[in-house]
Structures are given as C-alpha cells and as structure tokens.
Design a protein around this ligand. Structure first.
Ligand SMILES: [Zn+2]
Length: 245
C-alpha cells in the first residue's frame, strides 16, 4: 500500500517489529498467496477457481485472491498490501495504519492523498483510490513523515460520500486451456470485464470532497510520471473516474 513507504528503519536485529510501527494493511512475508487454479467460469464469462467456494466472490460476483492471514509473521513488506485487511479497512472505514475508526466530522471522513490538485481543477472529486481512510490518532503525521511519496506532497481531504464501487487486481485474458494472467488493473464493478479480474484490493470513488489541509500552499505541476494521485504508494493504477456526476 499504501504507505509502502512507511519504511521505518528496520530493527534488523532479530527483535520483532514493535506493534504499531507497521501499518495495519501492510502485508507480511509469511502471508503467502494460497495456490488456487484459475479456470474459465462456466459460460465463459470470466474466471473461477477450480475448487471455488461461496466466500471466494464478493456480492458483485467478483473473485478475490486467496491469501494467508498471519499478521506479524516474518517481515513487513511495506510496498505490499494485504487483501483481507485492506478490504476490511475500506469496507468498515477503518484507519489504514492503525485499524481504529477513521476520523469523521461534518464534512466527512478523513483521507490522506498525494497532492493531485495540479491535475485538474476539481481534484479529488471522483478520484479512485485503494487507500483506506485515516484516523486522527497520529497516523496522518506518522505516514506523512515516513512515506517519501507523501513527505512533501500530501493533502488531507474530507470525503462525505466514499463509494466502494471498484476493485484492483490481476486481469486475466481468455486462453486455452486456462485463462492467462496479464496485468494489474483497476476496474469499477460495472466494467464489462470485471469478472476477468482476480481482485486483491477494494477501490473507493471519492465524492463530495473538501480539501482540509496540504503540505504545499500551491500544488506543483505533476511530472506526468504517475497515472494518478496515489499510485506510487500502492502500486495501484489509480484511474480517474471520467464520467460526470
Ligand atoms: Zn490510525
């Protein structure tokens, strides 16, 4: 994630990582993806697991990656997100760093983003993000201090209406005899090929947004090297919702 870059100096001394130093959604090295054979779905409309269970799909019918849950096992992988914890934090609107309820006031929930104000005048309205919100318990400060991508380029935003309407995951292409894994994609649930994606992160569209504070008084022009406001933190190809609201 999201904070991949919260890479505090690793206590490479055999001492376990102190609780609270590693963001809640960060994946640990002992949390492996469970091997699951991906096969064509019946009828050809996407992918399925050969031994699929009911809980492998969300309520939109999208297949989710299977991954071990062993928080604290091995070493934290700061550039990786754990699909189960990310999804939990997003659905329950919990802080991505500490799992406590995200901060909320009359203007909405608190989100921490890379500064994208130079991208378009109405940014971040309609922005897609895989970063769950944050709390006010010191996590904004902790993340902005420790994440190189955010350190001098962050904005806090109040979001009155976060819509959990998409996923990030691995797109599969039709193939014989089995579907072929392709690239990581972000898709809204109404995308025609969403059932060809093996989801690993829940994505929110940010609506009714109010910028609360920012590191920079004025946004600096983007370099054009990043596809969206927050992608470099998570590896997620954040896309921007094009449709008007
Ligand atoms: Zn927090």
């Amino acid at each position: 994630m999201t904070i991949p870059a919260i890479a505090p100096a690793a206590p490479d001394t055999g001492v376990p990582w102190p609780p609270g130093l590693v963001p809640y959604v960060t994946r640990w090295s002992a949390e492996h993806e469970l091997p699951s054979a991906v096969v064509p779905a019946r009828g050809g409309g996407g992918i399925a697991f050969a031994d699929e269970q009911l809980h492998d799909r969300d309520r939109h019918g999208v297949l989710w990656v299977r991954r071990q849950v062993h928080q604290g096992g091995g070493s934290p992988l700061f550039s990786k997100v754990h699909s189960v914890r990310q999804r939990y934090a997003m659905r329950r609107l919990r802080c991505q760093a500490c799992r406590q309820p995200a901060d909320r006031n009359e203007q909405g929930l608190l989100w921490l983003l890379e500064d994208g104000r130079a991208d378009r005048p109405d940014w971040p309205e309609g922005e897609l993000t895989a970063h769950p919100p944050v709390c006010r318990g010191g996590c904004v400060e902790k993340v902005t201090e420790q994440c190189p991508h955010l350190r001098d380029n962050w904005v806090t935003v109040r979001v009155r209406e976060p819509l959990l309407d998409g996923i990030f995951g691995r797109l599969y292409l039709p193939g014989r005899p089995l579907p072929v894994p392709a690239t990581g994609v972000t898709r809204l649930y109404d995308a025609p090929d969403v059932r060809w994606v093996l989801a690993s992160q829940l994505v929110a569209t940010l609506a009714d947004c109010t910028i609360e504070s920012a590191w920079a008084q004025r946004p600096s022009p983007t370099t054009g090297t990043r596809p969206g406001p927050a992608p470099s933190r998570t590896g997620v190809r954040h896309a921007r919702r094009r449709r008007s609201r």
